[in-house]
Ligand binder design. Structure first.
Ligand code: GDP
Length: 195
């Protein structure tokens, strides 16, 4: 995908703050530190459009980016911070549920997991939530440069088993460091627009 332009549009927590243009949306979600900001920057070929390593204490929001004037990238708030109060967790849940429960524009969600580790229980719940709301989900295994090629299959199987992915559901390996896997993610994004 040739990125002609990419710009930050807005941050939102309430529905009325979402962009109202009706552009198709592609959302990204994952545990904090999984490499979500880096992945968004890499896919958009922009160094700092999504912030890297946000302060975990900061209020979390849904961030919208407009790409090529045609669609939105939606950066959903990360989960799994060690030190988060029950109130903060409930806020996160509210933000997510409002968005996921009824978003006509949302074409597909990419769930990011770190290729090195078995997904955690909260990743599995996130995956189930996405399916529960009826969206397509593609898993991106981030930081693929951190393991050797010979380990790919083993790690993919570990992720598939833990999340409970169906055979036809893809896991795409992405490295923001080595810039690999970008075309596969874009192919998936484009096919989700056509579904
Ligand atoms: P976020 O919290 O999910 O947005 O994660 P960030 O994008 O801020 O990345 C968290 C950390 O992982 C940072 O130190 C990044 O430099 C590192 N990181 C992200 N992507 C990659 C990658 O593809 N390869 C490697 N080796 N490190 C990465």
């Amino acid at each position: 995908m040739k990125i002609k332009n990419a710009e930050f549009i807005t941050s939102a927590v309430e529905k009325h703050q979402y962009p109202a243009e009706g552009l198709p949306e592609i959302a990204f979600v994952g545990r904090s530190n999984v490499g979500k900001s880096s992945s968004i920057n890499t896919l958009l070929n922009r160094k700092g459009i999504a912030r890297i390593s946000q302060n975990p204490g900061k209020t979390r929001t849904i961030n919208f980016y407009k790409v090529n004037e045609e669609f939105h990238f939606v950066d959903l708030p990360g989960y799994g911070y060690a030190k988060v109060s029950k109130t903060e967790q409930a806020k996160w849940g509210g933000i997510m549920e409002r968005y996921l429960s009824d978003r006509q524009e949302l074409c597909s969600i990419f769930l990011l997991v770190d290729i090195r580790h078995e997904p955690k229980e909260d990743d599995r719940i996130m995956y189930e939530w996405i399916k529960h709301f009826g969206y397509d989900c593609t898993v991106i295994a981030t930081k693929s440069d951190k393991i050797t090629r010979g380990q790919y299959q083993k790690h993919k199987a570990m992720i598939k088993n833990k999340l409970g992915l169906a055979d036809e559901e893809k896991i795409i390996l992405l490295s923001s460091l080595k810039k690999t896997g970008i075309d596969e993610v874009w192919d998936e994004i484009i096919s989700s627009f056509e579904r």
